[in-house]
Design a protein around this ligand. Structure first.
Ligand code: TEU
Ligand code: CA
Length: 571
């Protein structure tokens, strides 16, 4: 097959590295590029073919590098350009690929472009960001131009006294949104953020908030207020006006045509939520925009708007989410992704598995892995997922949490609910389920102090369960989650037509305990049955014909029953 209709990235297994918490090589307590290089053999042995590195660029780190002050340089605590060149080489030497994070919806307010833009109304880069005049209420109080709320709490506008105007910042105040309506700005983004790194030989990008560059305005070019969803709040979510906007596909097509199409690279866009029809516009092959996308249906199941007002979910909700994430691509020329963790989500075994005993932790982490390796699309694994890393301990106070999203929300809550220990507790319980911090504690490499992450003082505390959960204790244990992942990845490659490319058909949608489905490709079939409950359940195959057991997370499966969190993959 030619590269055109069968590109390398479809069959890849991608491993996401979040550099601050991955591996520290010099004892300053912060992960770094040399630390990553020292583990490439480990990743190769696991069966990883693509490394995705989360932002390594120069940044004040208000949002852990998603606030970039210079696309063309490396954050000094992670290393320098020589380290990056070496990383690219070392990855390629092992026949793996390296993709980077492309954060181009916004920059840091410390980026030279923003400093210029902010300096005066007439600066040539004024229009590279989104500036608007204040509004005034009847009493003459200055107000932001619209009621839009920031994704990280508060207003999405920040006032700048230099020119008496507000700039748009849909995330942190220090992350001003770039103005994609300005062509000169777009070309500068393409050159600095994309071409610079393509020329160095990287193999693609994970595209941050790829659905948000085009903001909707009315026919007079004016931004309008978002509908009121939370009547007792001043600022309202503006997702309808700021995601999947009127020119978003035009922008992606332009970026692909001008830049990305000139290289043999992959792109995966963080889109979040959109309709099936919209999804196909982003990732259908014929549309020439991006190769694949991350939808959040699975990782946000139970959120229903406000993630810190967690609603919970049942297995049916979970099934719906899994189906919708792959369904849109089936039978089309589009491609999908499979993932259950990333740096913005809590740990999957804590959310969807069962960590109440060591045995259930081990079994349910493997169960989730069996689901993942059976689904169609490119598979993504987040650092530490392969050893079953869990959420942070429940006895950690808010002081151990470091993420801007969590801390802004907490601060807003404390202002709105002063001295209300009951509601503090309720929020804390939700933070323990959904905070991004759970994914951000250091990777647990061994049972030495700080889990072998650093010889110094880690920037964020290591989860105390590192003495039990770590790479070293699992690497030679054939019953470990890590060994299971390795075998799973091999099986997925061996039966790639079924697992990576096959059609998915659910068999037991109504069942509240079991998740069973068929994968098929031409005349081969696989039957997958997963017990997502803590109960022993009578089991009768839902398919005819002879079944050969290919993979399971128990030693000796008993005929006629499935034990708690037992999974089986038959072919
Ligand atoms: O996240 C975009 C995004 O939509 C987030 O709001 C996400 O839904 C949230 O973190 C879930 O709690 C991307 C990055 O992945 C994230 O780390 C950055 O903070 C954000 O963009 C801004 O760059
Ligand atoms: Ca370091």
């Amino acid at each position: 097959m030619t590269i055109k209709n069968y590109p390398w990235w479809k069959d890849s297994t991608v491993y996401q590295i979040w550099p601050a918490s991955y591996k520290d090589s010099n004892g300053d307590g912060i992960g770094d590029i040399q630390g990553i290089i020292s583990t490439l053999d480990y990743l190769e042995d696991l069966g990883i073919s693509v490394v995705w590195l989360s932002p390594h660029y120069d940044s004040p780190q208000d949002d852990m590098g998603y606030d970039i002050s210079d696309y063309e340089s490396v954050y000094h605590k992670y290393g320098n350009m020589d380290d990056m060149n070496q990383l690219i080489d070392e990855v390629h030497k092992r026949d793996m690929k390296l993709i980077l994070d492309l954060v181009i919806n916004h920059t840091s307010d410390q980026h030279a472009w923003f400093k210029e833009s902010k300096s005066s109304l007439t600066n040539p880069k004024r229009d590279w960001y989104i500036w608007r005049k204040p509004q005034y209420d009847s009493k003459g109080n200055r107000k932001p131009p619209t009621n839009w709320s920031s994704i990280f709490s508060g207003s999405a506008w920040n006032y700048d006294p230099t020119t008496d105007e507000y700039y748009l910042c849909l995330f942190a105040k220090s992350q001003p949104d770039l103005n994609w309506e300005n062509e000169e700005c777009r070309n500068a983004i393409y050159k600095s953020a994309l071409e610079f790194w393509f020329k160095k030989g990287i193999d693609g990008f994970r595209i941050d908030v790829a659905s948000m560059y085009s903001k909707a305005s009315n026919s007079k070019g004016k931004f309008e207020d978002a509908p009121i969803i939370y009547p007792n709040q001043e600022f309202q979510p503006a997702g309808e006006l700021t995601t999947n906007g009127p020119r978003i596909h035009e922008f992606h097509k332009e970026m692909f045509k001008k830049i990305t199409s000139k290289y043999d690279v992959m792109t995966v866009g963080e889109v979040g939520f959109c309709s099936k029809q919209e999804a196909l516009k982003y990732v259908s092959h014929a549309e020439k925009e991006m190769n694949m996308m991350f939808l959040f249906n699975v990782v946000c199941v139970g959120y229903d708007g406000d993630k810190f007002d967690f609603k919970g979910f049942n297995l049916k909700n979970f099934k719906d989410a899994v189906i919708s994430q792959s369904d849109f691509a089936q039978g089309t020329d589009a491609w999908s992704t499979v993932f259950i963790e990333n740096h913005d989500q809590a740990r999957s075994v804590s959310r969807f598995g069962n960590t109440s005993t060591d045995e259930l932790w081990n079994k349910s982490a493997k169960l989730l892995n069996m689901l993942e390796i059976s689904l169609t699309g490119t598979l993504y694994i987040y650092q530490g997922q392969e050893i079953g890393m869990t959420n942070l301990p429940k006895n950690w106070s808010i002081d151990e949490y470091k993420d801007i999203e969590t801390l802004n929300y907490w601060a807003k809550h404390k202002i709105e609910h002063p001295n209300d220990s009951e509601s503090d507790l309720k929020l804390m319980q939700n933070i323990q389920i959904t905070a991004r911090d759970h994914a951000r504690s250091p990777v647990q490499w061994d049972d030495s102090p700080n889990g072998g992450f650093t010889s110094g003082k880690p920037w964020m505390k290591v989860n105390e369960n590192f003495t039990k959960i770590n790479v070293k204790s699992q690497i030679n244990d054939s019953n470990s989650i890590l060994s299971f992942y390795k075998k799973s990845i091999q099986l997925r490659q061996l039966y790639k037509k079924l697992f990576i490319h096959g059609d998915f058909k659910i068999l037991d949608y109504e069942n509240e305990d079991l998740f069973s489905f068929i994968k098929s490709f031409e005349d081969s079939k696989s039957y997958i049955v997963l017990n997502f409950s803590n109960k022993t359940i009578p089991f009768k195959p839902l398919v005819d014909g002879e079944l050969e057991l290919l993979h399971t997370n128990v030693d000796t499966p008993e005929p006629g029953v499935l034990s708690p969190y037992e999974g089986r993959i038959y072919i």
